[in-house]
Design a protein around this ligand. Structure first.
Ligand code: G6P
Length: 480
């Protein structure tokens, strides 16, 4: 049982935590606070709530922080630890120092290669999976990694505590935790799409069943859209005889308008705007903006091809538009991601070498993650391009309209979760249809200003309907 010291009434569990550490040259630790809906959502519960966030130590800095007792089982580190005290409303953090090989097999091997690929339907010839002995070995690591979380949560939770488990990395935790602590209220939230049943059953039968049963150990499961919730329920009906007593709900995470508006008007963003304007050059040039992790599901290459087609078939746009493509490297341990990252650069360069003129660079690709520069691009955007093959929600689609200076047209994949709420005022695209995407870019670039502003206002309202704080509180309340 949990000791009094560690008896938390509210717990969150996720692979990636709200803070990460790096070791400085002088041996000290630097803490870097992460962003994202969950981090801001949690701050809504107030400082007195005594929440604890359980996450994995992800690099040498994190492991060192565990060794030094900053984020270990002992006293809880505040989110912004590194010295200072806990900020109001911030939870403590406990990082689990899971064996590096076990973590790699669970995170790279199963979570990001198999489960991410299934839910985003990324397996295509010749990338179809072979569920061989190596897969089974990695699956055992995934179980071990999930068990480490379940055990830590069981040890830290106060009697009757609410535990909110996040995402596909931890799909087995609800069932494992239920077996250890029957008194807890357990929720699980999926930040990804859920695969349609005919695709999901590509997984070996016993694994598919174990995953579903693992999740059904929760009192309540939640998804970003009705579509993903229904897909999950259909899988359960077909493969494990239904969802049983587990409740299934939907909470469509929205953008944080208050935070974004304030953040986007700070001096560092103004500086980035000036720098981007310089790069864009030419007075009155329009911008097509995209901001993504370099992620296969984000469909960045087809986006570039659509832009190229626009320049090829509508030469009037040459020298009159610039594509600001911000693609921040992600999951670089995986060869397919490294290859994809290289392909994005290659295609951007190919377009530039074909169309560039003195004083005009058609594609400005930035790969170094810089939130202030992303916000600067949001403010400058005439058209935002959000064309994922499949996406749980996609917050960029919801954020750009909030901070856009002059209003922007949103070209949005109908396969993004955000389409459910934004579809009416976006320019819808089939993500595979490069010709259709090029046409939508043209339509966005030529949209009359009045219409553009009116749509942007409606998009901003729809995209901020459920800000992170309320999104989080809703889930807690629904858990009972
Ligand atoms: C998606 C997942 C998150 C994950 C994020 C970044 O949004 O739903 O759980 O944290 O991608 O991916 P990473 O592998 O870097 O944590």
């Amino acid at each position: 049982m949990a000791t009094e010291r560690s008896a938390a009434p509210i717990l969150v569990a996720s692979n990636r935590g709200p803070v990460s550490y790096s070791v400085r040259q002088d041996g000290g630790l630097d803490a870097r606070r992460g962003g994202g809906g969950l981090v801001s959502g949690l701050s809504a519960i107030g400082p007195e709530a005594g929440a604890l966030w359980v996450c994995a130590a992800l690099g040498e800095g994190d492991r060192e922080a565990v060794r030094r007792g900053i984020v270990g089982a002992g006293p809880k580190a505040p989110l912004n630890s590194g010295g200072g005290g806990r900020r109001a409303g911030e939870p403590g953090v406990r990082m689990l120092d899971i064996d590096a090989e076990v973590h790699a097999d669970a995170y790279n091997g199963i979570a990001n290669s198999v489960l991410w690929f299934v839910h985003h339907m990324l397996y295509q010839t010749p990338l179809e999976p072979s569920f061989d002995r190596e897969f089974r070995r990695q699956w055992a690591a995934y179980e071990q990694y999930n068990r480490a979380f379940a055990e830590a949560l069981a040890a830290e939770a106060a009697p009757g505590a609410a535990v909110l488990v996040q995402d596909y990395h931890l799909a087995l935790v609800p069932g494992m935790l239920r077996a250890l602590r029957d008194d807890l209220r357990i929720g699980h939230f999926s930040h990804t799409p859920w695969a349609p049943v005919d695709y999901f059953r590509m997984l070996p039968d016993d694994i598919a069943e174990q995953l579903l049963q693992g999740m059904l150990g929760a009192d309540r499961l939640a998804f970003l859209t009705r579509r993903w919730a229904d897909a999950f329920t259909t899988c359960c009906d077909a493969l494990v005889g239904g969802v049983g007593a587990t409740r299934v709900g939907v909470h469509g995470l929205g953008a944080d308008a208050e935070f974004l508006r304030e953040r986007a008007h700070r001096a560092d963003v103004a500086e980035r705007i000036a720098a981007l304007r310089e790069q864009i050059g030419g007075a009155g040039r329009k911008t097509v903006v995209r901001v993504d992790r370099t992620e296969l599901s984000k469909n960045i290459v087809r986006g570039l091809r659509a832009y190229e087609l626009l320049l090829a078939e509508r030469p009037e746009w040459r020298e009159r538009v610039v594509h600001l493509a911000f693609a921040y490297p992600s999951r670089q341990d995986l060869a397919v991601y490294r290859d994809y990252t290289a392909e994005v650069s290659r295609v951007a360069e190919e377009i530039n070498s074909r169309y560039r003129t003195p004083g005009w660079t058609p594609v400005i690709l930035h790969v170094e993650d810089d939130f202030a520069r992303s916000l600067a691009a949001y403010r400058l955007a005439d058209v935002a391009l959000v064309n994922p093959i499949r996406d749980g929600m996609n917050l960029v689609a919801k954020e750009v309209p909030v901070v856009s200076d002059e209003g922007c047209a949103l070209v949005l994949s109908r396969e993004a979760g955000a389409f459910e709420e934004l579809g009416a005022d976006a320019l819808a695209v089939n993500p595979y249809d490069v010709v259709g995407t090029a046409a939508a870019l043209h339509e966005g670039l030529t949209m009359p200003e009045k219409e553009r502003r009116a749509r942007t206002e409606r998009l901003a309202a729809a995209g901020t309907a459920l800000p992170p704080g309320r999104w989080f509180l809703e889930q807690l309340a629904a858990l009972g």
